[in-house]
Ligand binder design. Structure first.
Ligand SMILES: NC(=O)c1ccc[n+]([C@@H]2O[C@H](COP(=O)([O-])OP(=O)(O)OC[C@H]3O[C@@H](n4cnc5c(N)ncnc54)[C@H](OP(=O)(O)O)[C@@H]3O)[C@@H](O)[C@H]2O)c1
Length: 269
C-alpha cells in the first residue's frame, strides 16, 4: 500500500497514552504504514494527560517502528477538560513550531464517556461534570483543530476524528457522550464545507476492548447492555484496538470521500 503522506509530515495524535490512540501511533510508523514515506525532519506529537502512558507509546513505536530516525516523537501533556490549560499550552506549543511541513495529519481521538450508571435525568451532576465532558469531547478539540489548521495553512491538511455509533444513534445513559460525538461529526462536515482543501474523516472504531469499553461492560446501568459487552468479550467479537487502528490506516491509505463517516466494518453514513 502506498501512502499519500509523503515528504515532511507533522502528525498529532490526541489520546495517545492508551487504547485506540496508543495502537494508532504504533501502527502508523511500521513499514508500509501511514507514515512510511515521511522524510527526515518529520514530527509525531503524542498528546494527553498521562506522560508515562505516552512515554510507553513512544517506546513501543521506537521498538516496532520502521526507520524512526526520520521522526522527532514529542510527548505533550495537556488536560483537555481544562480549557485554560488547553488554550495556553496549545498556543505556546504552536508558536514554537515551524510551518514548513508538506503534510499535516491530526487525529482528534481523546475522549471520555461520562457517567453511564444513570439516565439523562435520574441523577443530576454538578455543572462542572457536564462541562468537563463537553470540553474533552468537543470544546478543546474544536480549539485544537482550528488552531492547528491555521498554523499549518500551507501544508496539505488532513483531520481525522474518532467518532462512534453514538454520533448516529441515541443510546441509553449516554446522552452527553452521544451529543458531543454527533456535534463533532457535524463540525467536521462544516470544516470541509468552509475549507474544501482540508480533508476530513470521522471514523467509528467499533466496540473496542479499552478502558471505555470496560466501563460500558462493567458499569452501564442497563443490564442487557452490560451483558452484550460481556458476551462480545467472552466470544472474542469485541474489537481489538489494533485491528480497528489497522482498518482506519487502510481507509486513509486507500481513499475516502472527505467529510465522510466510515466505521470499522466499512459502512459509511
Ligand atoms: N472503546 C470503544 O468501544 C469506543 C467506541 C467508539 C468510539 N470510541 C472513541 O475512541 C476514542 C479513544 O478511546 P479508547 O476507547 O481508546 O479509550 P481510552 O483507552 O480510555 O483512551 C482515552 C484517551 O483519551 C485521553 N483523555 C481522556 N481525558 C483526557 C483529558 N482530560 N485530556 C487529555 N486527554 C484525555 C486519555 O489519556 P489520559 O488519560 O492520559 O489523559 C486516553 O489516551 C475516544 O474518542 C472514544 O470516544 C471508543
Amino acid at each position: 500500500m502506498t501512502s499519500q503522506f509523503v515528504g515532511k509530515c507533522f502528525c498529532m495524535i490526541t489520546g495517545a497514552s492508551a487504547g485506540f490512540g496508543q495502537a494508532l501511533a504504533q501502527l502508523m510508523v511500521k513499514e508500509g504504514g501511514l507514515l512510511s514515506q515521511a522524510v527526515n525532519g518529520s514530527k509525531i506529537v503524542l498528546l494527553s494527560r498521562n506522560v508515562s502512558g505516552m512515554k510507553q507509546t513512544r517506546t513501543a513505536m521506537e521498538e516496532k517502528g520502521y526507520d524512526m530516525s526520520r521522526f522527532d516523537v514529542e510527548v505533550v501533556s495537556i488536560d483537555l477538560s481544562d480549557t485554560g490549560n488547553t488554550e495556553g499550552k496549545t498556543l505556546e506549543y504552536l508558536k514554537k513550531q515551524s510551518k514548513e511541513y508538506d503534510n499535516l495529519i491530526l487525529f482528534n481521538n481523546a475522549g471520555v464517556l461520562g457517567d453511564v450508571t444513570s439516565t439523562a435525568v435520574d441523577k443530576t451532576h454538578p455543572i462542572q461534570d457536564y462541562q468537563n465532558l463537553f470540553n474533552v469531547n468537543m470544546v478543546s478539540p474544536v480549539f485544537l483543530i482550528t488552531n492547528v489548521c491555521q498554523h499549518f495553512s500551507t501544508s496539505k491538511r488532513t483531520i481525522v476524528q474518532t467518532s462512534s455509533i453514538a454520533a448516529k444513534q441515541a443510546l441509553n445513559c449516554m446522552s452527553t457522550y452521544c451529543s458531543a460525538k454527533a456535534g463533532m461529526d457535524m463540525f467536521m462536515k462544516c470544516l470541509t464545507k468552509d475549507h474544501p482543501d482540508i480533508t476530513t474523516l470521522s471514523y467509528s472504531p467499533g466496540p473496542m476492548d479499552t478502558a471505555i469499553g470496560n466501563d460500558l461492560r462493567l458499569n452501564h446501568k442497563v443490564e442487557s447492555v452490560r451483558e452484550s459487552w460481556e458476551e462480545m468479550k467472552e466470544k472474542g467479537t469485541i474489537v481489538n484496538p489494533y485491528d480497528s487502528a489497522t482498518k482506519l490506516l487502510e481507509v486513509l491509505q486507500t481513499g475516502f470521500k472527505s467529510g465522510d463517516f466510515v466505521d470499522v466494518f466499512g459502512r459509511t453514513g
